[in-house]
Design a protein around this ligand. Structure first.
Ligand code: SAM
Ligand code: DTB
Ligand code: SF4
Length: 335
């Protein structure tokens, strides 16, 4: 971290409003952002946030695991991988009716978007038909829809689009260089290929990653630079703080300094100013003050409801209280 006296004129533009939407961010430039004095980084993030959004508004999405556990992939962070000492029991794909009933509850609790996650490497064709029926039903309730089903080819992406899917979540998870330390059963390029199939089908992209997996600061910079140099920025950028789950290889990963986590949120906001930046997994173990700092740094979306996919999330009533304390409110529409 630089001290205030070492700020060079080149690291701080004369106007933080200069050219806000860029697609050519380098890792070195993002590293410079992460190294800025905290007040400077937050000022830049807030200035850009206000150009694109009302800083008092938070988008809220509710998650449901529609197919839990038994996943053949080896993602080191994930409790649903069948390759780890398994904590989560493998279940079958939920029935459409049960999913719609959960979506109704989420809507009544105030969610704007309903995100359905499946522990698959990629969906099988007959399962995809069922997921399409879920999307149609959830959309019929007036909720935005998001699914995360693993890798997709272009035909599958078009089927989801035809069912009315609004968003597809597929994370790059970390920097291209660190990726191989975390997952060996699919490549970083596989992730990019799915993202490009999703884009080409005309579905909005939800793509982000995880902080706290033992990556270096330069990997955090590399992850943000990779997201921010996509030809079109993901419309939603979830930044997850690793949820350390017993039985996974990352269960004993080192804690992240909360202020460093806030810096990653701010760097996402500065580099992708028109995207929703989601303070995603990890809030259960985060102080409300750190969450408030994340909102000040430009986070404007959260997962809402007491469960993520398989791990706990703060109760909706607690989140309502926190937003009230901060004088913030949930947004009715989102991108
Ligand atoms: N199987 C699909 C896939 O991997 O694309 C979809 C579900 S997967 C659980 C979705 C995302 O959740 C992962 O890409 C990862 O970023 C995030 N995730 C999973 N386990 C996590 C954990 N323990 N802590 C934080 N984020 C996690
Ligand atoms: C994302 O980036 N985070 C969510 C969602 N997309 C699918 C998942 C978080 C999972 C946390 C661990 C669990 O609950 O199993
Ligand atoms: Fe499977 Fe997704 Fe978990 Fe990886 S992150 S093990 S692909 S459910």
């Amino acid at each position: 971290m630089a001290d205030g006296s070492s700020i060079s004129p080149s690291t701080i533009p004369s106007s933080p409003l200069a050219s806000p939407l860029r697609h050519d961010w380098t890792r070195a430039e993002v590293q410079e952002l992460l190294d800025l004095p905290f007040p400077e980084l937050l000022y830049r993030a807030q200035t850009l946030h206000r150009q694109f959004f009302d800083p008092t508004e938070i988008q809220i999405s509710t998650l449901l695991s529609i197919k839990t556990g038994g996943c053949p992939e080896d993602c080191a962070y994930c409790p649903q991988s069948s390759r780890h000492e398994e904590r989560v029991k493998a279940e079958k794909l939920m029935a459409v009716d049960g999913v719609i009933a959960e979506a109704k509850r989420a809507k009544e609790a105030g969610a704007a978007r309903f995100c359905m996650g499946a522990a698959w490497r990629s969906p099988k064709d007959h399962d995809l038909e069922t997921v399409c029926a879920m999307i149609e039903g959830v959309k019929g309730l007036g909720l935005e829809t998001c699914v995360t089903l693993g890798m997709l080819d272009d035909t599958q992406a078009h089927k989801l689009k035809a069912a009315g899917l609004d968003y597809y979540n597929h994370n790059i998870d970390t920097s291209p260089e660190f990726y191989g330390e975390i997952i060996s059963t699919r490549t970083y390029q596989d992730r990019l290929d799915t993202l490009s199939n999703v884009r080409e089908a005309g579905i909005n992209v939800c793509c982000g990653g995880i902080v706290g997996m033992g990556e270096g600061e330069s990997d955090r910079a590399g992850m943000i630079a990779a997201l921010a140099s996509m030809p079109k920025h993901p419309e939603s950028v979830p930044i997850n703080l690793l949820v350390k789950v017993a039985g996974t290889p990352l269960s004993t990963a080192e804690d992240v300094d909360p202020l460093d986590f806030v810096r990653v949120i701010a760097a996402a906001r500065v580099t992708m100013p028109s995207s929703h930046v989601r303070l995603a997994a990890g809030r259960e173990n985060m102080s409300e003050e750190t969450q408030a700092l994340c909102f000040l740094a430009g986070a404007n979306s959260i997962f809402y409801g007491e469960r993520l996919l398989t791990t706990p999330n703060p109760a909706a009533t607690r989140d309502r209280q926190l937003l009230d304390r901060l004088g913030m409110r949930t947004s009715v529409t989102s991108n």
